[in-house]
Ligand binder design. Structure first.
Ligand SMILES: C[S@@+](CC[C@H](N)C(=O)[O-])C[C@H]1O[C@@H](n2cnc3c(N)ncnc32)[C@H](O)[C@@H]1O
Length: 265
């Protein structure tokens, strides 16, 4: 499989030319069924936009299903699949992915909550919606997973001194290291962030670093079939993975190509 390429076009069409079982990791951050039109003016006077409007949830799922079938087909038996979405459709998407004609209920591994802070109005009649959902499926029971660790601070930030438990101390206090949990607090790409490329819904590199580190090894092939500004591809490149991107928007492909070119200089 040729890597280091960004294919411009509908991923349904592009994926048909990929052979079966050829990529190690798929991450997608497709339209969410949010009923919005996302756009920002790029620096190069090219409008960076995409529409996320479907008549109803059924129409959204009908649109996604054939694309998901292709993604499932191209994933290696040892591969993993991450679907980034939010409250608009995550529950319907899970039912779809649980189907035996896709990943199957038994191959569901995690529902990751990506928690962030962002501005916006304070709703009066419900809680503020401040997380996205990322569904993780493996293709089979035998899949790559490099467990990540995180700090768990001791109560009172003091040492416990339990027998056989290794403890560490940093500027905040004493902690142990535990297996990473399924809720991740990671900042969004803010207005002043150095990562910012002015692409609507651009995701932070730190989020993709976790996904790619956990579910692939150096030299593996990472595919993002809705790659937008190329966040997944840039992180894959930094982590010494091979990568393939697809996006239907010529402006997105141009931006992602420039991003990757600058990284490879
Ligand atoms: C939410 S954005 C992805 C943002 C990306 N994760 C980033 O960090 O920049 C969704 C992308 O899907 C693309 N898209 C929508 N429908 C598509 C399709 N059928 N095939 C390929 N790309 C598509 C849009 O052009 C848009 O760039």
């Amino acid at each position: 499989m040729k890597t280091g390429l960004i294919h411009c076009g509908d991923c349904l069409v592009q994926l048909k030319s990929f052979r079966a079982d050829c990529v190690d990791l798929v991450y997608i951050d497709p339209p969410f069924n949010s009923n919005r039109n996302y756009s920002t003016e790029g620096n190069d006077d090219e409008k960076r936009q995409f529409e996320d409007k479907f008549d109803n949830v059924a129409a959204y799922l009908d649109y996604m299903k054939p694309r998901l079938k292709e993604l499932h087909r191209v994933l290696k038996p040892t591969g993993s699949f991450y679907y980034h979405c939010d409250w608009h459709a995550s529950h319907y998407v899970k039912v779809l992915l649980d189907g035996e004609d896709l990943f199957g209920y038994g191959n569901f591994q995690n529902e990751i909550a990506w928690c962030y802070r962002s501005g916006g109005a304070n709703p009066k009649k419900r809680f503020s919606r401040k997380h996205d959902i990322i569904l993780l499926y493996s293709k089979t029971a035998d899949y790559t997973f490099n467990g990540l660790r995180e700090k768990s601070y001791n109560r009172g930030l003091k040492p416990y001194r339990f027998k056989g438990v290794t403890e560490f101390e940093d500027e905040a206090g004493w902690y142990t290291e535990v297996g990473m949990k399924d809720y991740w607090e990671i900042n969004m790409v803010g207005r002043t962030s150095r990562e910012r490329l002015d692409y609507p819904t651009q995701k932070p590199e730190a989020l993709l670093e976790r996904i790619i580190s956990a579910s692939s090894n150096e030299g593996d092939i990472v595919l993002d079939a809705f790659c937008g500004s190329g966040t997944t591809l840039a992180v894959a490149q930094k982590l010494k993975r091979e990568w393939i991107g697809i996006d239907i928007s010529p402006a997105a492909c141009k931006l992602a190509t420039r991003r990757l070119h600058q990284l490879r200089l």
